[in-house]
Design a protein around this ligand. Structure first.
Ligand code: SF4
Length: 204
């Protein structure tokens, strides 16, 4: 029987770091960073860079799509949960299966299976469907018990660790209830409630 060759979709450096052990024992594998859901641009680049740093260090075979196109993502998904997340998983896993099939891989996997914040059953179902459409196997191991390990590895390796899932909706869901980053004004402020800077503010 031919040996399995695996293309692993990586959502971020932290989740990838968590599953390097099982991947090493799974046989030959390559990694794909395809995450058009990540917004805004600098966040997208931070997460890609984190995967690149890890791949360089571990000498992984990394393929990535560095194009940033928020309009395409916002057109491709409904804007409310749970349909939005299901469409987001599908977008990424269908592309992973396409790249895998064209690259001669026999199976796909995703580090989304590591996250305790994702809808695990939906990832599993959509991963299986995307793989089957291309005649591939989907590696359906539950990697959630490795989430804490990924967190520790990311800290140990000084990898970037994101604070929200990826899209702008998830950023608002994460930070909307907090007031931590709100500007409250202060002794030096010359900004009235309407936001117009005072002419007497002394900034020339
Ligand atoms: S919350 Fe996460 S999984 Fe859901 S659409 Fe946004 S980036 Fe994708």
């Amino acid at each position: 029987m031919a040996q399995r060759t695996l293309l692993v979709h990586a959502c971020c450096g932290e989740c990838l770091a968590g599953v390097l052990g099982p991947l090493a024992s799974a046989g030959r594998f390559a990694v794909l960073f395809y995450n058009p859901n990540i917004q805004p641009l600098l966040e997208f680049r931070r997460r890609l860079k984190s995967v690149q740093v890890l791949a360089d260090h571990e000498q992984l075979d990394l393929r990535f799509d560095a194009r940033y196109d928020p309009k395409a993502f916002l057109r491709a998904v409904p804007w409310d949960r749970p349909e939005r997340c299901e469409a987001c998983y599908r977008l990424r896993l269908v592309e992973t299966a396409r790249v895998a099939a064209e690259g001669g891989f026999s199976a796909i996997a995703t580090t989304l299976m590591t996250s305790v914040h994702q809808d695990h059953e939906a990832v599993l179902r959509i991963g299986r469907e995307a793989a089957a459409e291309r005649g591939l196997e989907f590696l359906d191991e539950d990697w959630r018990p490795l989430a804490a390990h990924g967190h520790e590895e990311a800290k140990r390796r000084s990898l970037y660790r994101q604070q929200y899932c990826g899209c702008l909706f998830s950023e608002a869901e994460r930070f909307g209830p907090t007031k931590v980053h709100l500007f409250r004004g202060g002794a030096d402020s010359d900004l009235p409630a309407g936001g117009q800077r005072s002419r007497t503010g002394g900034d020339g």
